[in-house]
Design a protein around this ligand. Structure first.
Ligand SMILES: Cc1cc2nc3c(=O)[nH]c(=O)nc-3n(C[C@H](O)[C@H](O)[C@H](O)COP(=O)(O)OP(=O)(O)OC[C@H]3O[C@@H](n4cnc5c(N)ncnc54)[C@H](O)[C@@H]3O)c2cc1C
Length: 406
């Protein structure tokens, strides 16, 4: 009989994992979502895909984006706009030069270091006077996160995956150290393997087994601002690590986000919002965002007068080292997790799909080294909620620093 595999959680990660497992013909696969696909964090994601030389999983993602759109017939919204990396200071520019050298060594042509004036010519709102320089990287772009999730799910369904929405997992039955059944609010499901892809809620679900997952939720936000002129869709997105801001075009306006210096953690049990938080947002927090808007307006002066069309404050889960949790869970045979995406879950969806499919199928030649993502890497500290929340907040503010220093 085929191995019964249950993927729990229908965000971009669960949908990708289900598709990758189906591509490997791993067994009889069911994807469970307690609400509707994408209801958690995925629906309000900014959908940026940023390639940094050395982060090879982005190149795998590029292949997957093409393949999944072809298999599903669903538009993922993938648009290769390229990204302007903006440096205010010399130190940051030095990091960009190192990235450019790595890109050259990889034989990648579509990139280049730019003088401030050259950078400004690539973006109609950008004034270069606060810049030391910039690096343009043509491999970056964006997707529509809901579109990508639908594409993974459609392609998975075409390969035989059963998708059950409005069906929530409530616990697990373990026999002799092996996973036997998933308990759900619609009755039990026999399972030889399960992958917990519940985003912010993964820690809460696994607490039923007394397994503390090392992740915690933080507030994370962006605004959508209407400037002096409409932006073209193809205008490059940008990131300015010195100012902790990023942005891209959004229906002619600018989506402007930040990685907050003092990110607020969620205080709900297990660092997650309530279970019925589907398609929901936290309250806007203008006091928190204002300093970033001011810094952005120095680079994009028309933002000083811009009308704010939306404030999106969506929670997201972070891990103590900023790397996702992908792998076996709690020493229970058949139990895996793919969670804690550190505001890069759309970007990491291909990595998560490949890595979990490798582990579940015991692939002799895994696509990625799974060790940096081992969910057990923090040992007993995973049970220390004060430490976890503190680390999660620090990872938000250190997001760009970690990438520049890598
Ligand atoms: C403001 C903001 C901007 C972002 N921008 C980007 C970006 O530009 N690029 C990028 O790559 N990433 C970005 N992210 C991060 C990205 O959106 C997330 O990492 C990603 O959506 C997480 O996907 P997921 O599938 O792990 O979680 P989710 O999307 O939350 O999916 C988990 C699913 O599990 C379901 N679920 C929960 N419990 C159960 C249960 N017991 N049984 C069944 N189902 C259950 C939930 O309903 C939910 O649908 C951003 C995040 C935020 C908040």
């Amino acid at each position: 009989m085929a191995r019964r595999i249950v993927v729990i959680g229908g965000g971009v990660i669960g949908a990708s994992v289900a598709w990758h497992l189906a591509r490997r013909e791993a067994g009889d696969i069911t994807l469970l979502e307690r609400d509707r696909l994408g209801a958690g964090t995925t629906w309000h994601s900014a959908g940026n895909i940023t390639w940094i030389p050395g982060e090879d999983h982005i190149l795998t993602l590029h292949d997957d984006l093409e393949r999944v759109a072809g298999e599903s017939g669903q538009d993922t919204g993938w648009l290769r706009t390229g990204r302007l990396f903006l440096a205010r200071g010399e130190n940051t520019l030095r990091s960009f030069r190192a990235m450019a050298r790595t890109a050259d060594a990889m034989g990648f042509a579509d990139h280049g270091l730019l003088e401030p004036g050259e950078a400004a010519r690539r973006h109609p709102w950008l004034a270069g006077e606060h810049l030391a320089g910039a690096w343009f990287n043509g491999k970056s772009g964006r997707v529509n996160p809901a579109g990508l999730t639908a594409a993974y799910a459609k392609a998975a369904r075409r390969r035989g995956v059963t998708i059950r929405e409005s069906c929530g997992a409530t616990g697990f039955d373990i026999r002799n150290g092996r996973l036997a059944r998933i308990r759900t609010d619609r009755g039990p499901l026999r399972a030889d393997a399960a992958i917990v892809c519940c985003g912010l809620w993964s820690r809460r679900l696994l607490s039923a087994l007394d397994l503390p997952l090392p992740q915690w939720g933080c507030q994370h936000f962006y605004i959508v601002a209407r400037g002096a002129s409409r932006l073209e869709r193809a205008v490059p997105s940008f990131v300015c690590p010195d100012d902790l801001i990023y942005g891209r075009e959004e229906v002619g306006d600018m989506l402007l986000g930040c990685f907050d210096e003092e990110a607020l953690t969620l205080d709900g049990p297990h660092g997650a919002p309530p279970d019925d938080f589907s398609f929901s947002l936290l309250d806007g927090n203008w006091d928190k965002f204002a300093p970033y808007a001011e810094r952005a307006a120095e680079h994009f002066p028309c933002l000083a007068e811009a009308g704010i069309r939306r404030f999106v404050n969506g929670p997201e889960s972070f891990t103590p080292d900023g790397e996702p949790l992908l792998g076996p869970c709690g020493g229970i045979d058949g139990l895996f997790v793919a969670s804690g995406m550190n505001s890069a879950g759309v970007t990491c969806s291909s990595l998560a799909g490949h890595a979990i499919a490798d582990l579940v199928t015991e692939a002799p030649e895994p696509s990625f080294d799974p060790r940096p993502y081992d969910p057990a890497r923090f040992g007993d500290r995973a049970g220390d909620e004060t430490w976890l929340a503190k680390r999660a907040s620090a990872v938000v503010s250190g997001h760009y620093r970690a990438r520049l220093e890598a």
